[in-house]
Write a protein that binds this ligand. Structure first.
Ligand code: PMP
Length: 391
């Protein structure tokens, strides 16, 4: 169709640079091994940290949710789409997070956008880590507040931002709990101290920490023992929790405000019963099967050590997200392709998702992986890395 020449030109450029990628289709469920293009490969690219996407208790709960309440909800939450199960789940989630209240959004993405875009005015300032997730950035683009970006995890730069903005009505510091491309953990205790010194609010996005860090996977705030000192916790139900959705946990006044003002919440239909029922079952699993989190961390240590002893650059990762940083985008894609040949699916990630020159293959181990899976994957990395002159 005519009219898209400007897009065609851009795409031609990506193809030349070797960073144009068709979507990868999975022909199986999201297990430790998946079928892609008819081939069984070890999955090292999913966020299914605990293997909950296929957990029998979640699948059963989803089926029962559909049977009892139907396939969809037929309305936004604020009109006729709030079912008792939505409210029950939010109460349980708040209890789990040790907060007064919680509110579920359709995704982690819309939770971030919904909060940041709605709770600040032009009299306020949002202060954000340079490597925060795209959904935080988009929330900031939509807020009327002034913005100040501080260098990644740089407390001096954060303090400078707090000093410069003392005349603002409110300051909101926003940080990822675990950074999604590097797997490092935010220095939250120091951030909280600065926030208390300068009377600012703190919001943490726990997308990669929910179900991963803290007791039973309660997240970064629990991991650092900061209950009651972080004002807003956002998280996702789409990664370790294994289903779909996002949440905001915090004081009741925040929940009340968001219900009236957060546009993604107000203007988009609520989660289908299967989703909410499966999320409820996931909470049960987190509380009753903590061995899954232990296995996730055992696997993380084993795999990270293996990559490092092979000589790969794994950056600053402290979590199950381990990047293998190779430099140019085309090289990351070549490594990803070579790994696939060796029976491993680990996607290459290039600019603009990560800065130019820091392209990588990002790996994520899960509780589902066996030692055999991980040994085989390390062997594939060794072969592919040597073939491409990376190690
Ligand atoms: N925040 C971070 C740090 C993320 O990595 C992601 C997922 N890519 C999100 C938010 C969005 O979560 P969801 O996939 O549930 O929209």
């Amino acid at each position: 169709m005519k009219g898209f020449e400007h897009l065609e030109q851009e795409i031609a450029k990506w193809k030349e640079e070797g960073v144009f990628r068709p979507l990868t289709e999975l022909e199986s469920d999201q297990g430790s091994r998946v079928i892609i293009r008819g081939k069984e490969v070890i999955q090292l690219s999913s966020n299914n940290y605990l293997g909950l996407t296929t957990h029998p208790r979640l699948k059963q709960a989803a089926l029962e949710g559909v049977e009892r309440f139907g396939a969809g909800t037929g309305s936004v939450r604020t009109i006729a789409g709030t079912f008792s199960m939505h409210e029950d789940f939010e109460k349980r989630l708040a209890e789990f997070k040790h907060t007064e209240a919680a509110l579920v959004f359709q995704s982690g993405f819309t939770a971030n956008v919904g909060v940041i875009s709605s709770i600040l005015t032009e009299e306020d300032v949002v202060i954000s880590d340079a490597l925060n997730h795209a959904s935080i950035i988009d929330g900031i683009r939509l807020t009327k507040a002034q913005r100040r970006i501080y260098r990644h995890a740089d407390l001096d730069d954060l303090e400078a931002a707090l000093k410069e903005t003392q005349s603002a009505r409110k300051r909101l510091i926003v940080t990822d709990g675990v950074f999604s491309m590097d797997g490092d953990i935010a220095p939250l205790p120091d951030i909280v101290e600065l926030a208390e010194k300068y009377d600012a609010l703190v919001m943490v996005d726990d997308a990669h920490a929910s179900g991963v860090l803290g007791k039973n996977g309660r997240g970064t705030v629990d991991h650092f023992g900061l209950h009651g000192r972080v004002h807003i916790q956002v998280g996702t139900l789409s990664k370790a929790i294994g289903v779909l959705g996002g949440y905001v946990a915090g004081p009741k006044v925040l929940r009340d405000y968001l219900i009236h003002r957060a546009r993604p919440f107000l203007f988009s239909t609520s989660h289908p019963p299967a989703v909410t029922a499966a999320c409820q079952a996931a909470l049960d699993v987190l509380l009753e099967e903590p061995e899954l989190i232990d296995r996730l961390w055992d696997n993380t240590r084993f795999f990270k050590q293996g990559l490092e002893s092979l000589g790969f650059n794994t950056g600053k990762s402290k979590t199950p997200i381990t990047p293998v940083i190779v430099g140019e985008g085309a090289k990351a894609m070549a490594l990803s392709d070579a790994l696939f040949e060796e029976g491993v699916y680990a996607q290459g990630i290039a600019y603009p998702t990560v800065p130019k020159g820091e392209a990588r293959v990002r790996t994520i181990v899960t509780a589902q992986h066996t030692k055999e899976d991980l040994e085989q994957a390390l062997h594939a990395f060794e072969k592919a890395g040597k073939k491409l002159g990376i190690i």
